[in-house]
Design a protein around this ligand. Structure first.
Ligand SMILES: C[S@@+](CC[C@H](N)C(=O)[O-])C[C@H]1O[C@@H](n2cnc3c(N)ncnc32)[C@H](O)[C@@H]1O
Length: 210
């Protein structure tokens, strides 16, 4: 009997108690169970640690699972800014980040991420690492903002590039599918980026701003 590479990896690497608790709370509250795959969460921690990123921007907080993974890679100077549409989700994420020990190093901005991104741009804020994981129709716009708000050498990660197979199914052409295809194409072709796309789980785009 064969197992998938993803199941094999998930069995090898166990999530710690706090991350399991975040997932359980999301389940109990009836929130969407769409936290980043555990293996990609670990990858985010590693990328932030390796790159030394200090100013980190997350788009889509949910219950704080990826926020904890991002924060775990930060050094003492690291700060996480997280954009979330729903106030109750941001509150829960903030609670979990506090439990993880990062309560004083995370800022939540509530409302449509496009508005918060414009506000951050007006404030002249710059970031070293972006994790894009919110409404798919705005992925191309979020990528453009990330390039504008990124310091040279900043990294961009974007989750769900395959939309559970819909991106790869040419019979599917809804607005989210078209937007994610456009995002993937920009990731591949934009000359301001060096980039790749990891094919496991739901697909993770990785780029570095030149
Ligand atoms: C896939 S979940 C994020 C999961 C989270 N990054 C994690 O892995 O733990 C997407 C989140 O984006 C939020 N969201 C949806 N549309 C948004 C928008 N226009 N602006 C900001 N956040 C949005 C949703 O409320 C949801 O919490």
């Amino acid at each position: 009997m064969n197992t998938t590479p993803e199941d094999y990896i998930d069995q090898l690497f166990q999530e710690d108690e706090l991350l399991l608790k975040v997932k359980e709370t999301i389940r109990q509250k009836g929130m969407p169970e769409v936290s980043v795959a555990a293996a990609y969460g670990r990858l985010l921690t590693m990328l932030i640690r390796i790159s030394g990123a200090r100013h980190i921007l997350e788009i889509g907080a949910l219950g704080g699972y990826s926020g904890i993974c991002l924060a775990r890679g930060m050094g003492d100077e690291g700060r996480l800014t997280s954009l979330e549409l729903k106030e109750e989700y941001a509150a829960l994420a903030g609670q979990h980040l506090a439990e993880a020990g990062y309560g004083d190093r995370v800022e939540y901005r509530i409302g449509p991420a496009a508005d918060s991104l414009e506000q951050l741009k007006q404030e002249g804020r710059k970031f070293d690492f972006f994790f894009i994981d919110a409404d798919k129709e705005n992925y191309p716009a979020y990528l453009e903002y990330a390039i504008e708000l990124g310091n040279p050498g900043a990294m961009i990660a974007g989750d769900n590039c395959f939309l559970r197979g819909r991106t790869l199914n040419w019979d599917k052409n809804g607005p989210s599918v078209q937007a994610v295809r456009r995002f993937n194409q920009l990731i591949a072709e934009d000359e301001r980026l060096e980039s790749t796309l990891l094919p496991s789980y739901d697909g993770l785009a990785l780029a570095r701003i030149r």
